[in-house]
Design a protein around this ligand. Structure first.
Ligand code: HMG
Ligand code: MG
Length: 299
């Protein structure tokens, strides 16, 4: 399988990134954040999560955010939805794409969405049906594909089984989440091999966190298997509140730098992205930790 010539980047900073920040960004700053990202050439920007505000207070204003963002043509703004309630709220503000999310680990599923994997799939059934009948696209996430904070190693076959179910239920793309970033390149390849036997590789996405500094190496490894969609978060923000110790997603600017070097198109302007990281650092009053942004700002 040849390395793809074009990679679609799914920017998850406004959701995965901000859900993990102790400081809750104001509505105005969230809008400014998404607007700045929309001007970088990204084609997918995850704009929020219609989850319980008691579980993730950082996402409590997702309805207001979605309503107010300027929707640029050619850019989609998916949101996370865990159940029918979330779907109805999302639909009421005109969301065009949702993402349902479950896990390859039973313990993580319980901690994150308070139900078993099979219960989660049962919950998604009416959500996906309602979405499809309204022309709303549905993406599916599988967490803990390379390790679980509660169960340790996860078998590639367990990941493949959940991914296949989501795909058969109607998710057009399955995002494989290394939630706690414990994966290493060969394990990432084994996992993608197993999943690709059940879901065509062009319908898979890599969603790697960088807790152990392995995310770029893991991405390079799975690009060799034909993965052509990568989830990432500008400035490397992110983590899951229900996966203790999980650090940020791989930084979008580091991914773009690597892909540019490999001659792989993304449509994303690296310089514009770095301006966003700079703005974000000032707004969140924190240091930028991604290698590329730090290097460009210093040089
Ligand atoms: P529950 O407590 O079992 O739900 O939570 P419930 O149905 O019993 O409802 C409890 C309360 O929440 C009720 O309110 C509901 O109305 C309300 P009350 O009557 O007590 O006032 N509620 C809602 N409110 C707003 N929107 C909703 C909603 N649903 C119920 N959609 C639930 C179950 C799934 C809701 C909860 O566990 C939850 O929201 N979990 C989300 C956790 C989360 O967002 N985690 C982070 C995202 S996943 C992630 O980061 C991983 C990923 O990045 C990939 C990777 O890295 O691996 C995607
Ligand atoms: Mg994540």
């Amino acid at each position: 399988m040849a390395v793809p010539q074009y990679v679609k980047i799914v920017e998850v900073g406004p959701r995965d990134g901000l859900q993990h920040e102790s400081q809750i960004l104001s509505l105005e700053n969230k809008l400014a954040f998404i607007e700045r990202l929309s001007q970088t050439g990204l084609s997918v920007i995850e704009a929020g999560a219609f989850v319980s505000p008691r579980w993730v207070p950082q996402m409590a204003d997702s309805q207001a955010v979605f309503k107010a963002i300027v929707k640029h043509s050619g850019v989609s703004y998916p949101v996370l939805v865990p159940n029918m309630k979330g779907f109805e709220l999302a639909q009421s503000v005109g969301v065009q794409e949702i993402a349902v999310f479950t896990a390859a680990s039973e313990s993580f599923s319980q901690k994150n969405i308070n139900c078993s994997i099979s219960e989660s799939l049962k919950r998604f059934k009416p959500v996906i049906k309602a979405a499809q009948s309204s022309g709303i696209r549905v993406r599916g996430y599988v967490s803990c594909v390379l390790g679980c904070p509660y169960e340790g190693d996860i078998r590639p076959e367990a990941v493949a089984a959940v991914a296949e179910k989501l795909y058969q239920m109607g998710c057009y793309e399955i995002s494989l989440g290394d939630t706690i970033g414990t994966g290493t390149p060969l394990k990432a390849q084994q996992m993608v091999h197993a999943v690709a036997e059940r879901v065509p590789v062009e319908h898979l996405a890599a969603h790697f966190h960088d807790t152990y500094g392995q995310a770029l190496a893991n991405l390079f490894a799975v690009l060799q298997l034909g993965i052509s969609t990568i989830d990432s978060s500008v400035a490397g923000l992110g983590g899951c509140p229900y996966a203790k110790g999980a650090s940020g997603n791989v930084a979008t600017e580091d991914v773009i730098y690597m892909l540019n070097g490999m001659g792989i198109e993304t449509g994303v302007d690296l310089n514009q992205l770095i301006y966003v990281t700079h703005w974000l650092a000032q707004t969140l009053e924190k240091d930028i930790t991604s290698k590329t942004s730090s290097a460009v700002l210093i040089n």
